[in-house]
Design a binder for this molecule. Structure first.
Ligand code: ATP
Length: 365
């Protein structure tokens, strides 16, 4: 088990800057998610932690020891690249024991360790089977077994469930999380799937274009996005943004533009400049008494809820409301925003005016 600290780590490939100065800490025993769209620098960050890439600058500490220039073999880390990558000519037991035998561990000790790992993963009854005939789930468990058996300080996983169909993926993600909770080993997991990150992670780092946009527990990141990118990347449907150009006023816990006035959290009163008002669709409701009117332009039925898209004079707005509400295309409906759930962003920089750390105003000066 280990704590990992990343300090001002940067990676350039020639003139291309793949990871900009990044800093975050992964606590001992955490299940930590590196989340972001394709090409944002997740794998590069993971490979630098593993020792497969050397940072251009910055430090990486594992349990307080600076390792940025150390080779992978000296870091006691297991990289689970692709869970299906097994040795096809060996049976299950041999696949799992291979890393120990190649380290020169005595056979009796290896047998004991493989037995323990097989018990943890519930695969004791298939140790003599050939890996060729196994189901996808069992192959995945064997691949995990081969990583676990080394007792590494840290597990690194790069989109391990990426190739699986949705149902099996959900099952395996629960199993992986359960396994982590039993073993409590620090795990870093790369994904571009925001739902997977929120469901599995103790903490999440959200990256975009090589930049760490936000780092924290899933609920804080969801409720208090630090940037417009995070607000739109997490959540499905994603956050709405209403545009307030120069002619608005803040004060008296309200944000006003032309005919509309919205109640906002008290701390946001001093927001200024071009504003994007962020509100999640589940925090928009229908209200016959509201003067903020939207025209229904699209309706998506999701079972217990429906996502209705409205055209308003501040931009498009989605509301996630019970399916029992009867909605007609073209209908004009009053809309209410839950004032406690509003985040205001500087529309030019994309930065929020309120920070999750202290729920206070960030000075963008
Ligand atoms: P994906 O989910 O698609 O794997 P990612 O977030 O993991 O994306 P990285 O693989 O870390 O992204 O790549 C970040 C950027 O660095 C990309 O633009 C990629 O093309 C570039 N890159 C990665 N490795 C190299 C390399 N060896 N040489 C040059 N450019 C590279």
């Amino acid at each position: 088990m280990a704590q990992i600290r990343i300090e001002n780590v940067r990676k350039d490939y020639g003139k291309f800057n793949a990871v900009k100065s990044s800093s975050f800490t992964i606590e001992d025993g955490e299940f930590f998610m590196l989340l972001g769209p394709s090409g944002c620098g997740k794998t590069t960050t993971l490979r630098m932690i593993a020792g497969l890439e050397i940072p251009t600058s910055g430090e990486i500490y594992i349990d307080g020891e600076e390792v940025a220039q150390k080779p992978a073999s000296q870091r006691d880390i297991a990289f689970v690249f692709q869970m299906f990558a097994l040795y096809p000519h060996m049976n299950v037991g041999k696949n799992i024991s291979y890393p120990l035998l190649s380290q020169g561990m005595p056979k009796a000790e290896v047998r004991k360790k493989v037995g323990e790992v097989a018990k943890t993963l519930g695969i004791e009854d298939i140790l003599n089977k050939s890996v060729g005939g196994l189901s996808g789930g069992d192959r995945q468990r064997v691949a995990l077994g081969r990583a676990i058996v080394r007792d590494p300080k840290v597990f690194l996983m790069d989109e391990p469930l990426g190739a699986l169909d949705a149902e099996f993926r959900e099952h395996m993600s629960e199993e992986l999380r359960g396994l982590h909770d039993r073993m409590n080993a620090t795990t870093i997991y790369v994904t571009h799937d925001q739902l997977e990150a929120m469901q599995m992670g103790d903490k999440i780092v959200v990256m975009n274009h090589g930049v760490v946009e936000q780092f924290g527990v899933p609920q804080d990141i969801y409720d208090w996005p630090a940037t417009q990118f995070v607000g739109s990347f997490l959540g499905s449907p994603s956050m709405n943004f209403l545009s307030f150009s120069s002619n608005f006023e803040t004060g008296d816990e309200s944000l006003s533009s032309n005919s509309h006035s919205f109640k906002i959290p008290k701390q946001l009163e001093s927001a200024s400049g071009q504003i994007a008002l962020g509100i999640r669709p589940e925090n928009v409701s229908l209200s016959s008494s509201s003067g903020f009117i939207g025209r229904v332009i699209y309706n998506e039925y999701l079972g217990t809820t429906q996502v209705v898209t409205f055209a308003t004079d501040l931009g498009e707005l989605k509301a996630q409301i019970p399916s029992s509400e009867v909605i007609t295309m073209g209908q004009h409906i009053g809309l209410e925003l839950n004032s406690e759930k509003i985040t205001l962003f500087d529309a030019d920089s994309g930065q929020a005016f309120i920070s999750v750390a202290n729920k206070g105003i960030i000075n963008h000066g």
